[in-house]
Design a protein around this ligand. Structure first.
Ligand code: ACO
Length: 328
């Protein structure tokens, strides 16, 4: 018995923010952004929408593809660093819109590794046979916490959502293994300092722009290139599989240079690597399920395809999963 992806979905705002537009907002150039990050443009959520709206849309698509009704869901996990509000959970907001009245619902915060963490948690509930169907959503409205006066961060992030419906199966398809980790010592390198219980919102925190993402890009870069390879090797050691067995590599989409370095070290060719960073930027917990859903929609993911997913993010967290595409 293993846990399979029964359906996948995604949602992206229609508004495109180009590098040329960013040139007018901060001291940067299209050429610098493309060369140093690989990002050409990103999507920005409408003013009257929130992370739950994108998450709901992605979830609806995943449910339709899975052929699962909302009332059949036992569990909804939303991975996000940009919940609609601190509480109630965005998962509960989406539960209400889906009318998934039989589902437990909670948010999971593991930064950009959130989707892989949520996938792993949902897999355990399904394997224990406590639940039959789970919905895992990665949704982000990062433009709401990005400082568009800070060129070090504002060029990198974008908004979007991806979702999968999971269920049990008996064929060889499904999640083969997952691996999660964290190193809290690196938490200081990527955070949003204010708005929580440590530093509640006040005029001073607003004045000091502490409700925006703060990032030490160089430290994250070093961590990311090392950890992507380490996580992959852990997964291969656990599964007995190797790089040569991989059909698709879906890395966290933070920077094309991080991805290329990892691909080179692991000898994974470009045609096996699914990239959406160029057109969507870093959509954090959403980028891996977006890549899964879009590639599936394009017909690229054949049954039996072996997919390696690896992510890293705020925490610092890291993790990965090996997935054999297909369902009973
Ligand atoms: N335009 C022009 N110049 C810039 C820009 C910009 N948008 N941003 C930074 N610079 C400048 C810096 O100020 C610096 O100038 P200085 O030398 O005068 O101080 C110079 O460019 C070089 O800066 P570096 O930080 O060394 O640039 P680097 O090539 O390392 O690229 C980047 C920076 C893109 C942030 C890179 O470090 C990176 O991608 N890091 C990883 C970030 C990441 O993955 N974050 C998220 C991970 S977790 C998650 O997804 C939530």
């Amino acid at each position: 018995m293993n846990v399979q992806v029964l359906g996948a979905g995604h949602a992206l705002p229609s508004r495109v923010l180009t590098n040329k537009e960013l040139e007018k907002m901060v001291d940067t150039t299209h050429e610098w952004i493309v060369e140093r990050s690989g990002i050409l443009e990103r999507r920005i959520i409408d003013e009257d929408k929130a992370a739950s709206d994108l998450g709901f849309e992605a979830a609806r698509m995943a449910l339709d593809e899975a052929g699962v009704e909302p009332e059949e869901l036992d569990l909804i996990i939303v991975a996000t660093a940009t919940p609609d509000m601190l509480f109630p959970a965005t998962a509960c907001i989406i539960q209400e819109r889906l009318e998934a009245w039989n589902a437990a619902a909670f948010d999971l915060e593991a930064g950009c590794t959130g989707f892989v963490y949520a996938l792993t948690v949902a897999e355990k509930f399904l394997l224990s046979q406590q639940y039959k169907y789970a919905l895992v959503i990665g949704t982000e409205a990062l433009s709401r916490i990005v400082d568009y006066t800070d060129r070090n961060t504002c060029v990198l992030f974008g908004d979007g959502a991806g979702a999968v419906v999971l269920g049990r199966g008996n064929t060889g398809s499904g999640i083969i293994c997952t691996y999660l980790g964290a190193d809290g010592r690196g938490g200081k390198h990527l955070n949003m300092p204010a708005g929580g219980s440590a530093l509640p919102a006040n005029p001073q925190t607003v004045k000091e722009r502490l409700h925006f993402v703060k990032m030490n890009g160089n430290e994250i870069f070093k961590f990311a290139t090392r950890i992507t390879v380490e996580v992959s090797e852990k997964l291969f050691a656990m599964s007995g599989l190797g790089y040569k067995d991989i059909d698709f590599f879906i890395p966290h989409q933070a920077n094309i240079r991080i991805i290329k370095t990892a691909m080179k070290r692991m000898n994974i060719p470009p045609e096996k690597t699914l990239i959406n960073l160029d057109v969507f930027g870093n959509t954090s917990a959403a980028c891996i399920p977006i890549a899964l859903s879009m590639s599936n929609q394009e017909g690229r993911l054949h049954d039996g395809a072996l997919i390696l997913m690896v992510a890293f993010g705020a925490g610092l967290t890291y993790g990965g999963a090996l997935l054999r595409w297909g369902r009973d």
